[in-house]
Design a protein around this ligand. Structure first.
Ligand code: ADP
Ligand code: MG
Ligand code: ZN
Length: 484
């Protein structure tokens, strides 16, 4: 029954998302990416003795917003804890995280599954923590440590083991990333590591309800490989069990070139981390008024936006998906919509012309025209000032210039040709030059009308008013038919 024979894969994901605060979680150092190593450090994030952490309120605000977007219950009281381990990129020798009392519990996210249905994927918890620094190996003959990232605020979003395939897991990640980006708390950048994912994978016999032993796949940092890495691991586990062996609880990496997962280490257990409450930070108390105000300031979420665009604006689900693929593009569309009423025409134009030229980096998008310019171009078409074809030309002419489309159209002498007598003389010439088509048309092959329209458009370089062309052609072709 399953694509995996007698086995059912079970996957739960842990996502680490950097919060887009300007400063770190517990000190005032900047969080900027790509600066010279160790230029954003201080006694707190270097873990110097005696330095005390102070919680960044903006990080809390962002964690609360993200949690609410996943429908989680914000906890009135949460507690920071020390997760102790040794690694060169962790100067304090522990990471400040949250453990048994995280900031939010019990949310969910809906994902589309293969075959068209939807699956509700539970979100077990969201907790706040700080990022580690970065070890860089093979710099000359050394390994070096850059602590600029150390102390950057993160949320870890832990799903229930509700996913059932590699593709489903990738879809969940896409939806999750999109929500974080729409809420404005994360830039969704997998390459720079500001959005990272660990996948817990196990298998069990179809019908079995107990969970199997899981393997944790670490840091699969590309959407391209998420589904593949998980599927490869599922197959490895099935092969093991089929051979009469068993799955061992391990932490594994993924080699995309060899299409293999490989052993990193036997999975550490919770007790290895010797968690205990962070003595230097009081419990985090979030009151109901704060939660309510955060709720009311949440932006429209992408899934709701798509539903609204389809239901209220009659966009196709495909168009709604394309236009909501990035928050800046969605904002552009909403703004243009406020200036131009025909949503479907607008959606078509944005998709066919504007999107081609859009470049996104993180939450930013470079869009070469403004919503007002696009609205103006489409109005010029509606008014019959320019043709649809000229609209494309006009778009290309104003893109990147900030100029008024009406002005540029005037300057370039763009004008739709609505003069019926001028169109008529061209139509007569076309009819004369194509006697065979004329005869077929008059014999009943009326679909040939498109051929004549096309010929006239060609001769007028697309500037003829289509309504006038149709009118004139119908008259001339009809006339002749009646006469013969
Ligand atoms: P850890 O202590 O390693 O963080 P958790 O119990 O918090 O472990 O679970 C972490 C993630 O692993 C969650 O996303 C959860 O859904 C997933 N998970 C737990 N057990 C399994 C399993 N047997 N198979 C697949 N995923 C699992
Ligand atoms: Mg975990
Ligand atoms: Zn610092």
């Amino acid at each position: 029954m399953s694509a995996y024979g007698d086995y059912e894969p079970v996957i739960g994901l842990e996502v680490h998302a950097q919060l887009l605060t300007h400063t770190k979680a517990f000190c005032a150092c900047a969080t900027s990416f790509g600066d010279p190593p160790n230029t954003h450090t201080c006694p707190v994030c270097l873990g110097l003795p005696g330095a005390l952490p102070v919680l960044n309120a903006e990080a809390v605000r962002m964690a609360v917003h993200a949690s609410l977007a996943f429908g989680c219950a914000i906890q009135a009281k949460s507690v920071f804890a020390r997760k102790n381990y040794f690694y060169p990129d962790l100067p304090k020798g522990y990471q400040i995280s949250q453990f048994d009392l995280p900031i939010a519990l019990d949310g969910a996210l809906e994902v589309e599954v293969e075959g068209g249905g939807k699956r509700r994927v539970g979100i077990r918890r969201v907790h706040m923590e700080e990022d580690a620094g970065k070890n860089l190996h093979g710099i000359g003959t050394s390994s070096v440590v850059d602590l600029n990232r150390a102390g950057t605020p993160l949320v870890e979003i832990v799903s229930e083991p509700d996913l059932r395939s590699g593709n489903e897991s990738a879809e969940y990640l896409r939806r999750l990333r999109e929500i974080l980006m729409f809420v404005g708390v994360n830039d969704g950048n997998l390459e720079q590591g500001s959005f990272r994912c660990d996948a817990n994978v196990s298998i069990r016999k179809v019908g079995e309800t107990r969970l199997g032993t899981r393997v944790e796949l670490k840091n699969i940092n590309s959407f391209r490989f998420v589904a593949e890495a998980i599927d490869v691991e599922i197959r490895r586990q099935i092969n093991l069990v089929e051979r009469g062996d068993r799955v061992r609880q391990q932490t594994r990496g993924y080699n995309a070139e060899k299409r293999e997962s490989y052993l990193l280490r036997d999975k550490e257990s919770e007790s290895d981390y010797r968690y205990f409450p962070e003595p230097d930070l009081p419990p985090l108390v979030v009151d109901e008024a704060y939660v309510q105000s955060a709720k009311s300031s949440l932006p429209e979420l992408p899934a709701d936006k798509r539903r609204r665009w389809v239901e209220e604006l009659s966009l196709s689900p495909y168009a709604a998906g394309v236009l909501s693929a990035h928050p800046a593009i969605a904002r552009f569309f909403d703004e243009a919509r406020a200036l131009y009423a025909d949503a479907v025409k607008l959606a078509n134009f944005v998709q066919s012309e504007v999107l081609r030229d859009v470049r996104t980096t993180g939450l930013e998008a470079q869009i070469p025209v403004s919503p007002a310019q696009v609205a103006e171009i489409l109005r010029l078409v509606d008014e019959g000032t320019i043709s649809g074809k000229q609209a494309k030309e006009l778009y290309a002419a104003v893109a990147g210039t900030g100029r008024s489309p009406a002005e540029v159209a005037r300057e370039r002498g763009m004008a739709v040709m609505s003069d019926a007598s001028a169109i008529e003389s061209i139509a007569r010439a076309v009819i004369e030059a194509n006697p065979k088509q004329v005869a077929s048309y008059r014999a009943g092959k009326t679909a040939l009308l498109g051929f004549f329209v096309g010929q006239i458009m060609k001769q007028t370089k697309g500037s003829a008013n289509p309504a006038t062309v149709n009118e004139v052609l119908a008259r001339l072709l009809g006339e002749g038919g009646a006469a013969s």
